[in-house]
Structure formats: structure tokens, C-alpha cells
Design a binder for this molecule. Structure first.
Ligand code: HEM
Ligand code: HEM
Length: 242
């Protein structure tokens, strides 16, 4: 049995125990991402302003968040680590089979399908924000790195920026449907866990699932370093290559 797995079916007479499974930085990351993706959509489609400065700022913030989360996948607390939730394809497929037949274990962290969707969301957000750096509307607005590459690359990146957004909308819709399914059908309180950090875990599994630390300071440091990397990229690179 993988060390982070906990039994879904509680042994008779045993009560679930509350455990902190999501550290503070992971939760702040998630809800900040939700607000910023919405902001990027609104400022990309409707409120473009004079030079889309809010769109760009919110895009940089998303880029910093994604860099943070990729690093946090290695240095974060137990269930935030990639090692905890990225499974081999065979295991992910058999989890999917179990979901259909109704025989599955629940996980303290992300289940194998959830873990896969986390990785896809992060990669897609990276492509979305990364392509934005090189995108242009051919009139007034361009990303900070568009001047560093040939026009044909700018056109290509602008196309990628549009396509990535369509894919992102589809993946977010799937994400929300999956969360609603676990909440409504499986009775798992995933949203509350992403807010408070705590999940109810079967007594048997709870023994193997200690509370994760809050990790606020480590998280803040990682976020500051990620923001500095983005600032160096969008401010430093164009100035340096001038
Ligand atoms: C812009 C929209 C959204 C994006 C891009 C997004 C992205 C993500 C990502 C990347 C994770 C992984 C968290 C981590 O491990 O760091 C996640 C998890 C999660 N998200 Fe979202 N999310 C969005 C909207 C929402 C909304 C609106 C809700 C709730 C109503 C929600 C509920 C959850 C829950 C419950 C999890 C944890 C799933 C689990 O326990 O495996 N998300 N989301
Ligand atoms: C994940 C973050 C981002 C999201 C979700 C996003 C989304 C969008 C959307 C929906 C549009 C409108 C596309 C259309 O005209 O239909 C757009 C356009 C644009 N975005 Fe982003 N964007 C993000 C990040 C960025 C970043 C970081 C930059 C650059 C700093 C950027 C630069 C641009 C530019 C220059 C356009 C205009 C392109 C055109 O009109 O053809 N975006 N973006």
C-alpha cells in the first residue's frame, strides 16, 4: 500500500479523525490562482484598457504562482509534493476503472487522476502566461519579450496564447466537474479541505497521516524567490539585451 493512501471504507465503530493535509502556501496558491485567472480572462477579453497593463500584471503574478508551485512540488510539505500524487499511468488507469465500478480508496492528498490534472493545469498555465510574454495584437499591445524575437515567432506565440486559453477553459470546466462529483456523489469535502487545510480521515489511515506543518515561512520565501525570477525575466531580460 502506498504510504499516503488511506482507507475509504471506515472500519465499523471507528470515527474519522481531522488531519491537516494542505499546508498554508498550497491553499493561498490555489485561491490566488482562481482570482488571477478570472482577472486575466476579464482583462484579456473585456477590460483591455490602453495597454492591457492589468492583464500583464495579473499574468506575471500567475507566472510567479506557477513557478512557486512547481518548486513547491519538490520542497513543499508531504501531500503538496509531486512524489505524493503523480502515479504511473497503469495506476492512474486502474484508479479510473475503480471510480467507474465504485471500488476505490480515497487519498489523503490528490488521487491519481486529480494529481494528473494538477500537472496538466500547471503546464497549461505556464504555456498560457509564457506565450503571453511574446504575444502581440499587432497594434498597441505586446508582451515584454516580443521585441526580442522575429515577427513570425510573435505571431506563432499569439496563436498559442489564444489556443492555450481555450484548452485552459476546458480543463478548468473538467476540474470543477470533478470537484463537484467528489463533493456530491462521493461525499468528500474537498473544497472545505482546500480552504481550511483539514480532511476527515479514517482512524486506520489517520495513524499513517500526521498533520503536515503549516510551512508559512518556507512558502513565503519560495513565493518571493519565484516573484523575483519573474521580475528578472520581464524587466531584466529586455533591459539586458537592449
Ligand atoms: C481558475 C480556476 C481554477 C484553477 C486554475 C484551479 C487549479 C487548481 C490546481 C492547480 C489545483 C491543485 C492544487 C495544488 O496541489 O497545489 C487545484 C485543486 C483543487 N481545486 Fe481548483 N482551480 C480552479 C478553480 C477552483 C474552484 C472554483 C474550486 C471550488 C469551487 C476549486 C476546488 C479545488 C479543490 C477542492 C482542489 C483539491 C482537489 C483534491 O483534493 O485533489 N478549484 N485547483
Ligand atoms: C495565465 C495568464 C493569462 C491568461 C489566462 C491570458 C488570457 C488572455 C486572453 C483571454 C486574451 C484575449 C484573446 C482574444 O483576443 O481573444 C489575451 C490576450 C493577450 N494577452 Fe494574455 N493571458 C495571460 C497572460 C498574459 C501575459 C503574462 C501577457 C504578457 C505580459 C499577456 C499578453 C497578452 C497580449 C499581448 C494579448 C493580446 C493578443 C491579441 O489581442 O491578439 N497575457 N490573453
Amino acid at each position: 500500500m502506498p504510504r499516503n493512501r488511506t482507507d475509504e471504507v471506515l472500519p465499523a465503530g471507528r470515527r474519522p479523525v481531522g488531519r491537516r493535509v494542505w499546508d498554508l502556501p498550497t491553499r493561498v496558491f490555489h485561491w490566488a490562482l482562481v482570482v488571477l485567472v478570472l482577472t486575466s480572462y476579464l482583462t484579456g477579453e473585456f477590460w483591455r484598457g490602453v495597454d492591457m497593463q492589468w492583464h500583464k500584471l495579473s499574468g506575471y503574478a500567475i507566472l510567479a504562482l506557477v513557478l512557486f508551485r512547481l518548486a513547491w512540488g519538490f520542497v513543499g510539505t508531504r501531500h503538496a509534493r509531486f512524489q505524493d500524487f503523480l502515479r504511473p499511468p497503469g495506476q492512474t488507469l486502474s484508479y479510473l476503472g475503480g471510480l467507474i465500478s465504485g471500488r476505490n480508496s480515497s487519498y489523503a492528498g490528490h488521487n491519481p487522476l486529480g494529481g494528473l490534472s494538477v500537472l496538466l493545469l500547471l503546464l497549461l498555465l505556464l504555456v498560457q502566461a509564457g506565450s503571453g510574454l511574446f504575444a502581440s495584437d499587432d497594434i498597441f499591445i505586446e508582451g515584454p519579450l516580443a521585441g526580442l524575437v522575429p515577427g513570425v515567432t510573435v505571431d506563432w506565440m499569439t496563436g498559442v496564447h489564444h489556443l492555450a486559453f481555450d484548452l485552459l477553459v476546458a480543463l478548468i470546466a473538467l476540474h470543477l466537474a470533478a470537484v463537484a462529483f467528489y463533493e456530491a456523489v462521493k461525499g468528500q469535502r474537498l473544497i472545505r479541505a482546500m480552504v481550511t487545510g483539514n480532511k476527515q480521515i479514517g482512524e486506520a489511515g489517520a495513524e499513517a497521516t500526521p498533520n503536515v506543518p503549516s510551512a508559512g515561512f518556507r512558502g513565503l520565501l519560495s513565493m518571493v524567490l519565484s516573484a523575483a525570477a519573474v521580475a528578472a525575466l520581464v524587466l531584466g531580460l529586455p533591459a539586458w539585451t537592449d
